[in-house]
Ligand binder design. Structure first.
Ligand code: C2G
Length: 446
């Protein structure tokens, strides 16, 4: 019996895929089809798949051409599969011509003709897209635009910055068609808005965009009071639009897996979370301007608040802040949260440097995430018996913003029906902690 194997993502299954499977099947008596997992696709840079692995497998199954379906989940698996299943022929489309010649050592390699005029990429482009407008054209917006290029179904159509010279320059540099002169002009050209303006302007911009019926992705920190956060979520609900906060860590693959692992109790009960984010910053920076809501807390606190809330919940009894001040802003703040059965703390700094790692301690072991933990691709679970220790690696592609963009776009296109990586309540609670800090509740100056 001649066994043939072929692999693919098979997203938005189309006639090109069907023809390829038929041609592959005709090469032998038994066809094995490898379908890539969602994670493996992410790792090899395919951010855009519309169907999940189960849907893609079902589509291959429905052709009736596959005698066996296997999951492809890691680089190098093809050699293992060829040996494991006793494969005679490896077949793949001619777009891969030459690439898989190294498999000739293990079996025959055949490149089959590709079907012209159809592809998953083309089908994805024909689907509905999100027309995104940018408010704010600073450094994070720069990174955002290049990251958005890697995400499907989104197009940046317009940008706005009250400084029209800067705005025009930004739009020219990034090939954005329209440099809007006003918010109204911006709203006419988009159905969703990314807000990357200075912190203190977030509330007004988010409110205005939501009231105009736009979906909103707002940069961190979201807003600085509980009532403002609640009000904005209420407007989003009333207007039936998506409101998301762009806390990039929440959307990265490593953080997502860390979350699932800890919920499955790999370190038992969690008793302590400690995380720190410090970036030494020039004293003349706007980030240290007290009139512009500058300071270490407003700049960085949302990052450590994320794992604290995710792993210990939001029912802490109290929080104490210890700050080193200069020119009316905190150059450094340590916060300590008292929970009934746990304690959490974080350090944030713009004028003080600490190790930027995170540790989560539990009754059976602990997790160590090295600096910079907020954009990590790696962490370790450690135990008393070191033989049980495990290292986990996850891809972190580019600046890491593409994950949040992908989730936002998917959320908008599915009318907000998707699970949100960071919840409304978590965002409201973060605003509440910022508010408490600004009001000086339990604040001790060093
Ligand atoms: N294909 C084709 N004609 C098209 C489009 C795709 O013959 N118009 C073929 C591809 O050449 C491939 C198969 O269909 O053999 C699956 O294509 P994709 O789903 O795009 O998967 P791909 O990224 O090529 O994955 O490591 C190799 C991968 O597993 C193959």
């Amino acid at each position: 019996m001649k066994k043939v194997i072929t692999y693919g993502t098979y997203d938005l299954f189309h006639r090109g895929h069907y023809n390829l499977l038929k041609r592959a099947k005709a090469l032998g008596d038994y066809l094995i089809v490898g379908v890539t997992t969602d994670n493996f696709d992410l790792e090899r840079g395919k951010m855009n798949t519309c169907n999940n692995v189960m849907e893609r497998i079902e589509a291959v199954k429905a052709t009736g051409l596959a005698d066996q379906i296997v999951i492809e989940e890691y680089r190098g698996q093809k050699i293992d599969d060829i040996q494991k299943y006793g494969v005679d022929i490896f077949a793949i489309g001619s777009d891969w011509e030459g690439y898989f010649d190294y498999l000739k050592e293990f079996c025959e390699v055949v490149y089959l003709p590709r079907t012209q005029g159809i592809s998953s990429t083309q089908l994805r482009q024909e689907r509905q897209t999100v027309q995104l407008g940018l408010i704010g054209t600073g450094s994070i917006a720069n990174r955002f635009v290049s990251e958005a290029d890697n995400v499907n179904s989104v197009q940046i159509t317009v940008a706005y910055n009250p400084n029209s010279v800067e705005n025009r320059f930004f739009c020219e540099e990034h090939g954005i068609v329209l440099a809007a002169q006003s918010l109204d002009e911006l709203y006419k050209e988009c159905n969703a808005v990314y807000i990357a303006s200075p912190h203190y302007t977030h509330y007004e911009y988010v409110k205005s965009a939501l009231l105009t019926g736009k979906h909103v992705l707002c940069e961190t920190p979201f807003v600085f009071s509980k009532s403002q956060a609640e009000e904005l979520y209420q407007i989003a609900e009333d207007m039936n639009v998506v409101l998301m906060v762009a806390l990039k860590t929440a959307f990265t693959p490593a953080f997502g897996h860390l979350f699932s692992l800890l919920k499955s109790r790999v370190i038992g009960d969690i008793v302590e979370v400690n995380a720190s984010v410090t970036t030494l910053t020039d004293e003349s920076s706007e980030k240290l301007d007290s009139k512009l809501f500058g300071g270490s807390m407003s700049e960085n606190a949302c990052f450590p608040l994320l794992p604290i809330f995710k792993f210990l919940g939001m029912d802490f009894r109290n929080v104490n802040f210890y700050s080193k001040m200069k020119n009316d802003v905190d150059m450094y703040t340590k916060a300590v949260f008292r929970y009934d059965h746990a304690v959490a703390s974080f350090q944030v700094g713009l004028g003080v440097k600490t190790e930027g790692s995170m540790t989560i301690a539990g009754t059976k072991g602990y997790v160590y995430v090295p600096a910079p933990w907020w954009k990590t691709d790696y962490f370790e679970v450690r135990y008393e018996d070191q033989n049980q220790n495990k290292k986990y690696f996850y891809p972190f592609v580019g600046e890491g913003l593409r994950y949040e963009i992908k989730d936002f776009v998917a959320s908008v296109l599915s009318n907000g029906s998707r699970f949100s990586k960071i919840s409304k309540n978590e965002n409201i609670k973060m605003a509440e902690v910022q508010e408490q800090y600004l009001k000086g509740v339990n604040l001790f100056q060093l």
